[in-house]
Design a protein around this ligand. Sequence first.
Ligand code: PLP
Length: 426
Amino acid sequence: MIEHTAIDYAITLDEKDPLRSFRDEFVLPDENTIYLDGNSLGMLPRLCADRLHETIHHEWGNRLIRSWNESWIDLPRRLGAKIAHLIGAGEDEVLVCDATSINLFKLIVAALRLKPGRKTILSDVLNFPSDLYILQGAMDLLGQGHRIELIPSLDGISIAQDDLDARITEDTAVVCLSQVAFKSAYLYDMEAVTRRAHAAGAYVLWDLSHSAGILPINLSACQADMAVGCTYKYLNGGPGAPAYMYVRQDLQEQLIPPLWGWFGTEKQFEFALNYTPASGMQRFQVGTPPILSMAALEPALDLLLKAGIDPIRQKSVQQTSYLIELADRWLAPSGFSLGSPRQAERRGSHVSLRHPEAYRICRALIEASPPEVIVLPDFRAPDNIRLGIAPLYTRFIDIHAAMQRIREIVSKNEYLKYSAHRQQVT
Ligand SMILES: Cc1ncc(COP(=O)(O)O)c(C=O)c1O
């Protein structure tokens, strides 16, 4: 039996890892750098660079305007169909377009209009604040007396399902939640929440930004109404890559998007003077899609589809559990506490470790110079070091080295050398 804190244990786990060859599909940072922020910006798949080269030089440089008919015009739907396989939706239920924030705005306005008698949007205090801003802006614009109710969290990590259940009432129009919380990684039971909301006649709108590509999602089986999500995190689409949106098929014709643009009309090149929404998901498109960013996303999605979500989830659970085990042994004695659920079934693929000096510890991890190992996590106020596990490229030895490095920074007081002044992006 190898002691779990021994490096040999991590090496053995990597040797047994069925996904280990996928790491070679990515452009790797310097050997000395450990990347634990794939939950914020996924690493660059090698094929994305090739695809971009092809799109720029051949499709744009040579084929020019002809490329719209040859391949570009269908990209939002073609990419949507690939994402559909990752989130358990029909191929004609998902569209890639705009940013997550914009897609959330389009859907919440359309959904609220379909429930005119109901005035409450139910969300929670763990939700990504920008999602809450979008909801607030939509309510302000509609001016129909809507309100947001936020489910509290007793421990700052999780939400009690029975509390949520009790707050869904006849006045609830939409339950709008992140399936995995951005800070703590708390994971909702999508099926249970959706069932409860439907029983009360409310819609559910999921933000899948921190769950898609990392755990099995079955929107169709849950009969989920609507969803949005980012593609630059676990889907590895690149900085600012366009987002996606899902609408259950039978709802698509009922929802009227609030942004009426020519890409959302049926016969856009007839240039009619009045707007008529296209049928299906196309009505949610607004303006010209960012083709270069979309092109980069396709090979990244193909990699995830090739690996398969079940093995990815299996490895993710194994790795986050391993990280927590090392944190318990090595870091808890020096003031760290776990900011994520202990129960793997209720946890996404990142782990937050809380410490009063979390920001300076993060700076020490990031700004180290060789021969020290450089670790790239991120910081989420007030005191979370967020460590993201992306099973396609994270190794067990990376987790071991990162945890050892955190222990060293704290035991030698190295973080005291760093400024507590927060950078613009943390
Ligand atoms: C859960 C969640 N929702 C929404 C967003 C916002 O996405 P965008 O900036 O693409 O609109 C983010 C960004 O990180 C996020 O983490």
